[in-house]
Design a protein around this ligand. Structure first.
Ligand SMILES: N[C@@H](CCC(=O)N[C@@H](CS)C(=O)NCC(=O)O)C(=O)O
Length: 212
């Protein structure tokens, strides 16, 4: 499989974690969002929506991370990323959708670019916008987070596939995470796991070389 990805894209990061958790092999095809490659003709042929990620399964090209994650779960059910119980599954989906629908879309590159370039907002205002939506979103996730284990139970799963990249992005934008100790603790537990560590932006082939 080929994953069209940008190292700092949280939606791409979700897929890297899930593919790793399922033990699937994939090659990364970098799409440079800062250079605007997502809007170029070559990438539009892969994803007319002009967003990463996209997954080439070998027989089809899939777009939208949530749709791709559902396909992965159906096609490669082991290990499952959702809890076995239907109610618990619905709760996990609710957390995932909270991140995918209520937080990330307000803060993606295109939205921040529109605030800066079309609406003339300065960096301070853009960062306030970013922090506002992340903080509001994390408040309800923190309320749903257990003191131990993970959002969906005793093993990391789909909720962490969404949470860990969103926390990474929040740190990049210097959002204060002190009010969210449970989310930060879950993130720290995930960081020890190989599937999450290998998916980290710093470990991607398109990440700039480390300084120092
Ligand atoms: N709902 C989409 C969101 C995809 C998305 O926002 N991707 C961002 C990177 S995380 C992107 O490609 N941004 C490019 C742009 O806005 O021009 C998904 O889950 O795949």
């Amino acid at each position: 499989m080929k994953l069209y990805s940008y190292f700092r894209s949280s939606s791409s990061y979700r897929l890297r974690i899930a593919l790793n958790l399922k033990g699937l092999d994939y090659d990364i095809v970098p799409v440079n969002l800062v250079a605007g490659d997502q809007r170029g003709e070559a990438y539009r042929a892969v994803n007319p929506q002009g967003l990463v990620p996209a997954l080439d399964t070998g027989s089809a090209q899939l777009v939208q991370s949530t749709a791709i994650l559902e396909w992965l779960e159906e096609q490669y059910p082991e290990p499952p990323l959702y809890p076995a119980d239907a109610l618990a599954r619905a709760r996990v989906r609710g957390l995932c959708q909270h991140i995918a629908c209520e937080i990330q879309p307000l803060n993606n590159l295109g939205v921040l670019g529109y605030l800066r370039e079309a609406l003339g907002q300065d960096e301070h205002t853009v960062n306030r916008w970013y922090a506002h939506w992340v903080t509001r979103g994390f408040e309800s996730l923190e309320a749903a987070a257990p003191a131990e284990g993970y959002l969906g139970g005793t093993v990391p799963g789909m909720a962490e596939v969404f949470l860990v990249p969103q926390l990474y992005n929040a740190r990049r934008f210097a959002v204060d995470l002190a009010p969210f100790p449970r989310l930060v603790a879950i993130d720290a537990r995930c960081a020890y796991l190989d599937a999450f560590a290998r998916a980290h932006p710093d470990r991607q082939p398109d990440a700039p070389p480390a300084h120092g």
